[in-house]
Design a protein around this ligand. Structure first.
Ligand code: ATP
Length: 238
């Protein structure tokens, strides 16, 4: 697969109906092709809204978001991990993964489940999965199409430490093997220090980019000192 797309984001105004102030006004950002960008910022600043605009799900704004030059709403659908896992309760885990797109085979879905450590849960229904398993299933569903653009909204919440380490390895190996463009919304400094090439810290009213940090060290070569430096840079900016 070719490297993931580059994004140009220019939101003139995004205002929710009934809201006194716009969430975004004159907001601009660029995302480099094939990069992993972490977006941090306080609750309610607009991180999930931004992901939905990028995904072409939220079109109720003025401005332009292009994905490799194409309007977001017309671009290929991204892999999207929503904040809540959004599994369909009447389908097994395997069949939930197959809803990622038309023509997803059982084999493809099983590969994605294997990557997230859920091969043994393929025939279980969502209510039979723990919260962490449901999140991993949502991640498997997002990965199964090998989309060029992956949007991850707090994908590691409620996973225990060991699993989070495995998910870091998984995301790093996806980044290294197929090179999608990934945007990771997170509250967790460690997620950004471990995974991101670029960190955007959002703040203010209306929302702006308060800090734009580059983390050039390759993910698999970040030693303790590098990670300490990256963590400190993020903490100073948030
Ligand atoms: N459907 C909606 N209708 C009205 N207001 C909304 C809607 N969705 C979000 N908002 C408001 O827009 C702002 C941004 O919300 P958003 O969920 O994008 O923030 P966030 O940074 O992702 O927050 P969190 O970190 O808590 O998930 C908030 O003030 C929120 O209350």
């Amino acid at each position: 697969m070719a490297t993931g797309p580059g994004l140009k984001i220019s939101i003139d105004e995004k205002r929710y109906p009934g809201s006194a102030a716009p969430t975004f006004s004159g907001f601009k950002a660029e995302i480099a092709p094939g990069s992993v960008t972490a977006i941090l910022g306080p609750s309610g600043i607009g991180k999930s809204t931004l992901l939905r605009i990028i995904a072409g799900i939220d079109r109720d704004y003025s401005g332009h978001v292009t994905i490799d030059g194409q309007p977001a709403a017309e671009a290929a659908p991204p892999g999207f991990v929503f904040q809540d896992p959004r599994l369909l309760p009447w389908l097994t885990t395997l069949d939930n993964i197959r809803t990622a797109g038309t023509g997803v085979s059982t084999e493809q879905a099983m590969v994605a489940l294997g990557k997230t450590g859920l091969s043994g849960q393929a025939s279980l229904y969502p209510h039979q999965l723990s919260g962490g398993m449901q999140r991993r299933a949502a991640l498997a569903r997002a990965l199964t199409l090998n989309a060029g653009l992956l949007l991850l909204d707090e994908p590691f919440v409620s996973l225990d430490r060991t699993l989070v380490e495995e998910m870091y390895d998984l995301i790093a190996s996806v980044a290294a093997s197929s090179g999608p463009t990934m945007i990771l919304v997170t509250h967790i400094v460690e997620d950004a220090a471990r995974l991101a090439d670029r960190v955007l810290v959002l703040s203010g009213t209306p929302t702006q980019i308060a800090a734009n940090l580059a983390f050039p060290q390759p993910r698999n070569q970040r030693d303790r000192d590098t990670l300490d430096t990256y963590r400190r840079l993020i903490e100073d900016a948030t």
